[in-house]
Design a protein around this ligand. Structure first.
Ligand code: GAP
Length: 514
């Protein structure tokens, strides 16, 4: 039998264990739509919470909003999406299958054709003999395909609306309301977590190219004269990042490690605000368990940089099947605010004391939540060493903090375990209860979804009110008093103590008991 690839293994475990499912699966729904099941939703919420803590709560000038996902046509006329949010679509003359022209070229001959015109793409298709993936038929001249999903607003209306292709637009639309209501002074940021929709020609690679996905974005509004005067510059300037420079890309080179200060001095990093977000993004990605050597910032080439942006640095992660942009970072300047000001006849200026009214510039870090979830799944998956596969999720994003379970469903152990479960929930522990099957199977099931600790009520519990804690990563067990178990789990999750330290203080039971 053919061995499954890592990706196939992950998709399989996601389906079996309630992590992620295809949408409308029982009707064989369209590709590019996935849903989070109970385990996946818990992981998703935990990643969102980490993000909010780092990018909103830890700052004193970032406000979070939640906007509409359907917006009227004039928004996208102004933003430019209606005219230019297009992908090149080519069709097979024979079987009529549709392909994204740049992707099919890349797949069949491995060349990057970013920034090429439709006519140039067609020349390459003909020259390199690129044919239909399905029937080897001839491909048509590519045409522009707009990626926005459209709808009509109201029952008998000719008013067209679009599902937003990025969360950013609500923030620009609400700029005045937010700056006035929060009495905000530059610099300040507006954050939003929410759905975005793109009618991708060829959705693929599980969570990588979706038609409905989630973004976590910030628009940081800055006085352009202060773009190289970030408050925390002295604290972060020596932080090291790996950057795949434009020069290195042209020579097929590797990412180069440099301090943020060196990046600014050498004119590789455009400005201090972008450097600040490189620092924050790096820490965040490492909190998700992605190690330093697995990601870097790619400075997009001139022909890959959107017309409204002065510079872009994509945080790319090395996946087993290739390199994936997971976080965008763009210097959107005053482009969007000016476009909306012109179209809506709204004043998008803000007062800067001593200077007067200005339209601020925007730095935009844009996180793709689904791609990050996939990076976490791939990175945490372990298929060796045990009879079952398991996820070594960072403790803060595991779906639950602890499993509470009785050794057996008899002699009062199940009642005691259930009481302990409720007690731990009252203490704020994100616990789950399971008493089905035998204890070994329960441990395996919880490893499989990456729950870091299992607390077992056994016969000794009934005698001396102690329980065992099993550590997911080592499978070792210790015995602690029931009174203390909640605070110990809390300290282990918050990494106030390590498993090694707690082992020194307590009775270690047989290792690898299952
Ligand atoms: N507001 C800027 C913006 O939307 P983007 O680079 O198009 O920039 C930002 O998207 C992030 O959203 C990407 O880095 C990626 O993680 C995620 N993303 C974009 N398109 C996606 C898709 N079709 N499926 C899943 N994630 C996607």
């Amino acid at each position: 039998m053919k061995k499954k690839s890592l990706q196939e293994d992950i998709v399989d475990v996601c389906l079996r264990r309630g992590i992620i499912f295809p949408s409308a699966e029982i009707y064989n729904g369209p590709s590019g739509f996935y849903e989070f099941g109970p385990v996946g939703e818990s992981i998703r919420q935990n990643i969102i919470q980490l993000w909010q803590e780092a990018f909103v709560n830890a700052e004193n000038n970032v406000y979070e909003i939640s906007g509409s996902t359907i917006l009227p046509e004039n928004v996208f006329e102004a933003s430019g999406h209606l005219e230019s949010f297009n992908d090149p679509l080519t069709q097979c003359e024979g079987c009529k299958s549709m392909f994204r022209a740049d992707h099919i070229i890349e797949e069949q001959v491995g060349i990057n054709v970013d920034g090429k015109s439709l006519a140039e793409l067609f020349d390459i298709i003909k020259e390199k003999n690129i044919v239909c993936n399905t029937c080897k038929g001839v491909l048509t001249m590519p045409r522009e395909f707009n990626m926005m999903f459209s709808t009509t607003i109201g029952p008998v209306s000719d008013k067209t609306g679009y599902l937003r292709p990025e969360t950013a637009q609500n923030i620009f639309l609400n700029f005045r309301r937010i700056s006035h209501s929060m009495r905000a002074k530059l610099p300040f940021g507006v954050a939003q977590i929410g759905k975005a929709y793109r009618n991708e020609i060829s959705p693929r690679n599980f969570l990588i190219r979706l038609r409905e996905f989630e973004q976590m974005e910030i628009e940081m509004f800055v006085d352009p004269d202060e773009i190289n005067n970030h408050t925390y510059w002295d604290d972060i300037k020596d932080f090291e990042v790996r950057i795949l420079t434009r020069e290195a890309q042209q020579k097929n080179g590797k990412p180069k490690k440099m301090t943020l200060e060196q990046g600014i001095t050498d004119k590789i990093i455009h400005n201090q605000y972008m450097a600040y977000y490189m620092f924050k993004e790096s820490l965040f990605v490492q909190d998700l368990g992605i190690s330093e050597d697995q990601f870097w910032f790619r400075h997009l080439l001139e022909n890959q940089t959107a017309h409204y942006s002065k510079a872009n640095y994509d945080l790319e992660i090395q996946f087993p099947f290739g390199i994936v942009e997971c976080i965008g970072l763009a210097y959107r300047t005053d482009y969007d605010l000016i476009k909306h000001a012109e179209k809506s006849k709204t004043n998008m200026q803000i007062n800067v004391p001593g200077k007067g009214n200005i339209v601020p510039h925007v730095i935009e870090p844009s996180f793709g939540l689904n791609r990050l979830v996939y990076a976490v799944l791939l990175n945490s998956y372990i298929s060796e060493g045990r009879e079952w596969t398991w996820f070594k999720f960072p403790k803060s994003i595991a779906p639950w903090e602890a499993l509470i379970t009785p050794l057996m469903k008899k002699d009062g152990m199940d009642e005691t375990a259930e009481n302990l479960y409720w007690d731990l929930k009252d203490q704020g522990i994100d616990a789950i209860y399971d008493n089905s099957g035998n204890i070994g199977k329960r441990y395996a099931r919880n490893d499989e979804v990456g729950v870091p600790f299992c607390i077992t009520v056994d016969y000794d519990t009934l005698k001396d009110e102690t329980v065992t804690i099993r550590d997911r990563d080592t499978t070792e067990q210790i015995r602690v008093s029931m009174d203390e178990v909640g605070s110990i789990i809390r300290e282990l999750i918050l990494e106030i103590i390590t498993w090694e330290e707690i082992k020194e203080e307590t009775e270690v039971l047989n290792e690898n008991t299952e």
